[in-house]
Ligand binder design. Structure first.
Ligand SMILES: [Ca+2]
Ligand SMILES: [Ca+2]
Length: 179
């Protein structure tokens, strides 16, 4: 009889724990968002702004998918600003394309999962052009437009939640004239 009473007491105590949560056990579940975004130095979410000149080396902009992907991701981006593709800068596009309005680049699926170094990413190389013309300073904004993998999964571009600030969807490169 005592055992049965204890059992009933235990059940009623459990039933009264309406706010039971996995956090109560000391665990914290932190999901890794499935987004594609630019990566700033050290994982910072501050805007990416590079101040360079026409004679500067290629600017590698890292585009990452921290949660990884089951297949290669094609990322579409656009250009805006006063810098002109083919005149003020050109692009190195591994597995992608580029034109005056923007282009695509492919994040290859990492074949050796496990560990931070295995995050799926690619570097978009923006190469400033020394044009030999006095043409003033130019600015270039690269905006991520969409990202989809070979399985048809679409990724959110930029970091953050809908309705709030979206981080690292854009990267800005200011190119100063050297002539
Ligand atoms: Ca120029
Ligand atoms: Ca120039």
């Amino acid at each position: 009889m005592k055992k049965i009473s204890l059992f009933i007491l235990s059940i009623s105590l459990l039933a009264s724990c309406t706010d039971f949560d996995i956090d109560d056990l000391g665990f914290k579940l932190v999901p890794i968002d499935s987004y594609v975004a630019f990566a700033n130095t050290g994982g910072a979410i501050t805007p990416i702004v590079r101040n360079v000149s026409e004679s500067s080396a290629i600017q590698n902009l890292r585009i990452e998918c921290p949660a990884g992907s089951l297949s290669d991701i094609t990322v579409t981006y656009s250009f805006s600003g006063s810098a002109v593709f083919g005149t003020d800068f050109t692009v190195t596009t591994p597995g992608g394309t580029a034109s005056a309005t923007g282009g695509t680049i492919v994040i290859k699926r990492n074949k050796t999962p496990g560990g931070l170094a295995d995050f799926d990413f690619v570097n978009l190389g923006i190469d400033p052009i020394t044009d030999g013309v006095v043409d003033g300073n130019k600015t270039l904004t690269i905006t991520l437009v969409s990202a989809i993998n070979a399985n048809g999964k679409e990724f959110v571009v930029g970091r953050g939640v809908e309705g709030a600030t979206i981080y690292l969807k854009e990267a800005v490169i200011n190119i100063s004239d050297v002539d």
